[in-house]
Ligand binder design. Structure first.
Ligand code: IPE
Ligand code: IPE
Ligand code: MG
Length: 254
């Protein structure tokens, strides 16, 4: 039997609130946060990396098993060279500084995106931290790096075409589950909740397949100012939503 693709509603938390199994965040607004203060954009990225630490810690505390952070998009390669280089160096520092924290809290690091495009030392730092945390199971932290949703869909399509060409797959039999399995996110459930900071109401090429039935939460707060209270507000809003998956309210209330 075909496995249903849509993630079923997540279990109830201890306080009776429905908590998401997978939270995905578009961490936007670092640059404008810094520029508003008359600072270089990179200072915003540095402040944003502190927010990452706070939010990872809080999600772990709240027993959210999957957290995915959009850290660098395929399109972000088009930014000025100095900003890209500063972001890559910040990522390297972040990975080495966070390793102990990840180990202590049982958090496995995962990455999605075209990792081969990262500078070699950044890629090695990433792979090293992933390897050292691969045995941990309390939470999966996925960084979307050099990630583009359309590129991911193309990559998956090519993988399936190769299977068809080699006679391993009948094109008539390709299911949504086969497609999901060919994506970078094959070992992750679909996000239940997608948060975007800083006021932009768009997904900017983030997880187009996986967000098909996710709940969206947009806030004007820039990422460096997003904290525990704001995370809790998003989770409270989520727990009040009725996820209908195309059915009627009465059907899903049963
Ligand atoms: C998000 O903040 C971080 C990355 C895209 C790397 P931005 O750098 O996009 O900040 P704004 O949107 O310009 O303020
Ligand atoms: C999306 O933010 C990418 C990340 C947060 C990594 P952008 O700032 O790049 O998005 P656009 O260009 O404003 O849509
Ligand atoms: Mg932005």
């Amino acid at each position: 039997m075909k496995k249903p693709l849509i993630t079923p509603p997540a279990p109830q938390g201890p306080d009776g609130a429905i908590s998401p199994r997978h939270v995905a965040i578009i961490m936007d607004g670092n640059g404008r946060w810094a520029q508003k203060r008359g600072w270089q954009r990179i200072r915003g990225h540095e402040a944003g990396s502190e927010t990452v630490r706070v939010i990872v810690r809080n999600c772990r505390k709240l027993n959210i098993p999957y957290l995915t952070l959009y850290a660098f998009s395929s399109e972000n390669w088009g930014r000025p060279k100095t900003e890209v280089a500063a972001l890559m160096s910040l990522l390297r520092r972040f990975l080495s500084k966070e390793l102990d924290e990840l180990l202590a809290r049982g958090i496995r690091l995962n990455a999605i995106g075209d990792i081969d495009l990262l500078p070699e030392n950044t890629r090695q730092a990433l792979l090293g931290t992933m390897e050292k945390t691969a045995h941990l199971n309390d939470m999966v932290l996925t960084l979307a790096l050099s990630y583009g949703g359309r590129a991911e869909l193309l990559h998956a399509t090519k993988k399936l075409c190769q299977k068809v060409a080699s006679g391993l797959l009948d094109p008539e039999q390709i299911s949504e589950e086969d497609f999901s399995q060919a994506l970078y996110t094959h070992d992750l459930p679909d996000p239940d909740l997608m948060i975007r900071t800083s006021g932009e109401i768009r997904i900017s090429n983030f997880l187009p397949w996986q967000l098909a039935y996710s709940e969206f939460y947009f806030t004007k707060t820039p990422w460096p100012d997003f904290g525990e209270e704001e995370l809790k507000a998003a989770l409270t809003e989520y727990s009040g939503r009725q996820r209908r998956y195309g059915k009627t309210g009465e059907q899903v209330a049963k």
